[in-house]
Design a binder for this molecule. Structure first.
Ligand code: SAH
Length: 353
């Protein structure tokens, strides 16, 4: 962070109100100012000190001299012509950028946030990992994506209904900042978003899944499974060599038991790789005693990859097998198909295209 933020290790947007209080009291300001600033940043989506109109001009001037407020640049904004989906490329101060997506459902808006610039998990069907991992995002940078989407496209006074951490990156590899981000989002002086409306998606980092189950925040966990056959999963997802199917499913069972939350398994349907009726039966068998539901995702095309999506009829038949075997299943709707805004299509920079 800049030298301006005297004694504070975190950027201002990453700070909890108590931490802002400490900074402000060092400046001789009363503690209620911290709460005001937090509300301006996380509830009213202020971009600059000058936006904070309930604070006197003199103090705003003082704040801007003492504390640096990170900026975010809208490098691109693409609105789908097919539905209300919007995809953004946001740039941070060090020149790195990530994509964020706004999606609309009948119940309201959902924002898909990136947790890292790039990704090092190496899943064979995903665009986000093509250039490797560049760096983790801070909690403030994740919160800034949410604020910027609200500023740009949320109707006045309306808040996003839910949030998914399913953009670029493996959130559980950036554990501390992601948990801090979820706490910021949940804070009553911020958006006050219920943990039940927040979903973290992981490729299956077992120790961090167990740690999350003990964090005391009842968020939804979504696990990218894609196969219950170790040979196939090894090929699709290198992480499986470290945490194979058995240990992953054991962790899933424990997560569901410990948190009382129903887990989601994401299963991307790929022609002749994981989409046979036998695959469906094996899946049903392996997850039978886990409190869960399965979300089937038709594979989204990624130019550099050779996998092909399963046909609609194959996906439907696969779903029918799961239903017959008592496993709740949904088929993910494809939003923003014309702007590459779907799962596995998000990237670091426009220039990778
Ligand atoms: N790293 C996290 C979150 C990001 S991906 C994770 O692995 O869960 C969000 C979901 O999209 C994951 O289930 C991922 O496996 C899936 N996905 C990746 N590439 C895809 C593609 N080309 N088509 C469909 N789904 C894809």
């Amino acid at each position: 962070m800049s030298e301006k933020n005297d004694g504070c290790q975190k950027d201002i947007r990453s700070c909890y109100p108590q931490e802002l209080e400490t900074i402000l009291s060092n400046m001789g300001e009363p503690s209620y100012r911290a709460r005001q600033i937090f509300q301006w940043l996380h509830r009213h989506h202020a971009e600059s000190w000058n936006d904070m109109t309930s604070i006197s001009k003199k103090l705003r001037q003082n704040l801007s001299e003492w504390l640096s407020l990170p900026t975010i640049e809208v490098l691109a904004r693409q609105a789908s012509g097919l539905d209300r989906t919007v995809k953004y490329l946001f740039g941070f101060q060090d020149g790195q950028g990530v994509e964020t997506v706004l999606m609309w459902y009948h119940y309201g808006a959902s924002i898909c946030v990136s947790s890292q610039v790039g990704c090092r998990m190496g899943c064979g069907f995903c665009a986000s990992t093509l250039g490797g991992l560049i760096r983790n995002l801070t909690a403030g940078e994740m919160a800034h994506q949410v604020a910027a989407v609200h500023r740009l496209d949320m109707p006045e006074g309306e808040r996003a209904h839910s949030l998914v951490i399913m953009g670029t990156g493996e959130p559980l590899e950036n554990y501390d900042e992601v948990v801090r981000f979820m706490r910021l989002l949940n804070h009553p002086d911020g958006l006050g978003m219920s943990y039940r409306r927040i979903t973290v998606s992981t490729c299956g980092l077992v120790p961090e899944m167990m740690r999350l189950s003990e964090e005391g925040i009842p968020v939804n966990l979504s696990v990218s499974l894609h196969s219950v056959n170790n040979e196939v999963r090894d090929r699709l997802m290198p992480v499986n060599r470290k945490y194979p199917v058995e240990s992953l499913l054991k962790a899933c069972r424990e997560y569901a038991q410990k948190t009382g939350r129903r887990l989601t398994f994401e299963y991307t349907m790929i022609t002749d790789v994981n989409d046979s009726l036998q695959d469906a039966a094996a899946l049903a068998d392996k997850i039978r005693n886990i409190h869960c539901h399965v979300n089937l995702i038709p594979l989204n095309p990624v130019a550099e990859r050779e996998y092909r999506r399963s046909s609609d009829s194959t996906i439907q038949r696969f779903a029918d097998v799961l239903t017959t075997k008592g496993i709740p299943v949904t088929i993910r709707r494809e939003l923003g198909a014309d702007i590459d805004a779907a799962c596995g299509q998000l990237r670091r920079r426009n220039d990778l295209r």
